[in-house]
Design a binder for this molecule. Structure first.
Ligand code: SAM
Length: 206
């Protein structure tokens, strides 16, 4: 098992979802961006990069969607699987590093969502691999939504160094995509830690 997979498995093995520093019961900024900026069919195909045990997956599974749920941690995915048992959506599970090639069978995506995952990638080859997956798997006209630590954000999370983002860094990775909307917001954890985020929604050319 890779060190990084073990690192995340240890975290999920030892921490209840509500006690994770990044736990957000509402994900209101992400939901607002999706409802304002994305036109999605009822059966839209949505990819969650590094989904962890996010309540956002559960909330978006309430509709009849096709969810493609990725994480490097098998323990996180097993926990999410149990919680999604009664979901109306069809769920496909991909337990792997999101920067490694992902099969085309998971393509034709309407929306790619990343909350607090991309910012853990540092090597240029990993970042490039991540964006190759994103650009290749999204359908024409599909959306990519990022919520990452901003330049004012913390230097570390979950014991790992963070590659903090601004809008220009995201735009540089998606030169063909159009920017739909972006903003900055302050996420406050249950223990009172303040985490400045950038949030940005892009659309692939139709
Ligand atoms: C800070 S947590 C955020 C989890 C979730 N997106 C949320 O908002 O609750 C980061 C997540 O990314 C996963 N992760 C970290 N590096 C990854 C990688 N290279 N590929 C896939 N998942 C990764 C971790 O296992 C963890 O679930």
């Amino acid at each position: 098992m890779s060190n990084i997979k073990q690192h995340w498995n240890d975290i999920f093995d030892n921490t209840q979802t509500e006690d994770l520093g990044w736990f957000d019961a509402e994900n209101s900024q992400i939901k607002d961006f999706i409802s304002r900026g994305c036109w999605l069919r009822e059966d839209a195909k949505i990819f969650f990069a590094g989904a962890g045990t996010s309540s956002l997956v559960k909330d978006l599974s309430a509709q009849k969607r096709q969810l493609v749920i990725n994480d490097i941690s098998s323990i996180a995915l097993e926990r999410l699987k149990i919680e999604l048992k009664a979901s109306k959506s069809s769920c496909h599970w991909i337990c792997q590093d999101v920067s490694r090639p992902i099969s085309e069978q998971f393509g034709n995506l309407d929306l790619w969502i990343d909350r607090a995952v991309l910012h853990f990638l540092h090597d240029e080859s990993d970042i490039q691999g991540y964006f190759d997956n994103l650009t290749g798997l999204l359908k024409p006209g599909g959306y990519a939504l990022f919520a990452e630590f901003s330049k004012q954000g913390a230097a570390k999370c979950a014991g790992l160094p963070i590659n903090r983002y601004d809008l220009a860094m995201l735009q540089q990775r998606l030169p063909e995509f159009s920017l739909v909307e972006h903003d900055e917001f302050l996420f406050t954890s249950r223990t009172g830690l303040e985490r400045p985020y950038i949030i940005a929604l892009f659309q692939k050319p139709a």
